[in-house]
Structure formats: structure tokens, C-alpha cells
Design a protein around this ligand. Structure first.
Ligand SMILES: [Zn+2]
Length: 133
């Protein structure tokens, strides 16, 4: 747990500047910059620790310009934190394994969950290998 939290230096070397700012400092990438993932079946993993967080079958086009999912691979993989920044109350989504900031969660998603995980593409990497799920 939190295996990378104490190792920011290693992450700095591994991640791009934007990836670091998003996952470690909670920044939000500009829309339509990082949602060009392959349309293949596969899984989306945490860019920091590699934990599988979302499956491509639960991804949908929300029109927001950020990768959007209506369900996580397992609810427990996503840590939800109340976020009071920017004069708003929102629900922040973090990676449960390493605490990386991923994005925010809203309740205006499609059925069957009605949930919208609005995730920074910078916080994710796509892998076809996860398609077993
Ligand atoms: Zn992680």
C-alpha cells in the first residue's frame, strides 16, 4: 500500500511533467488532450503503480473530453475523497493502491450505475493484456 507515495523522486523520473502534476498534485489536464486511447478491448491502469482500475467495456463517450467510465473494475480499487478545492464540493477519485489522483466522480453517468468517473487520461495507461476481465 502507498508504495510510491514516499518515492516522489522515482515518480518524477518515470512520469511526464503533466502526468506528475495530475497524479501527485491533483491538477486537471485540459479537456480533449488525453482521450485518444485505442478502441481495443483492454484495461486502463494507474500510470503510477500499474493497478488495473477500469475496463474498456465500461468506458463511454461523455463528450467532456476526459476519459469517462460508468463503473470501475472493482469499487475498492478507487478511493473516494471529498474535495473542497476551487470553491466546489466534489468527489475526488484516487487510486486505492498508491493514492494517485485520477479525477472526479459525478452522479450524472449512464445506466446501469448512473455514475460518471471523469478521469484524467494522464493518470491512465491502456493495456490490451487486461482484456481477461
Ligand atoms: Zn496507483
Amino acid at each position: 500500500m502507498y508504495k510510491y507515495r514516499d518515492n516522489k523522486k522515482e515518480l518524477r523520473g518515470k512520469l511526464s511533467d503533466l502526468q506528475y502534476r495530475v497524479t501527485q498534485e491533483g491538477e486537471t489536464e485540459a479537456p480533449f488532450t488525453n482521450d485518444n486511447f485505442p478502441k481495443d478491448v483492454g484495461s486502463f491502469q494507474c500510470i503510477c503503480c500499474g493497478e488495473e482500475l477500469f475496463h474498456s467495456e465500461k468506458k463511454y463517450d461523455s463528450g467532456t473530453g476526459w476519459p469517462s467510465f460508468y463503473e470501475a473494475i472493482q469499487q475498492s480499487k478507487i478511493e473516494l475523497v471529498t474535495d473542497y478545492s476551487h470553491m466546489m464540493v466534489r468527489t475526488e477519485a484516487r487510486c486505492s493502491s498508491c493514492s494517485a489522483h485520477l479525477g472526479h466522480v459525478f452522479n450524472d453517468g449512464p445506466q446501469p450505475t448512473g455514475t460518471r468517473y471523469c478521469i484524467n487520461g494522464s493518470a491512465l495507461k491502456f493495456s490490451k493484456k487486461g482484456s481477461k476481465i
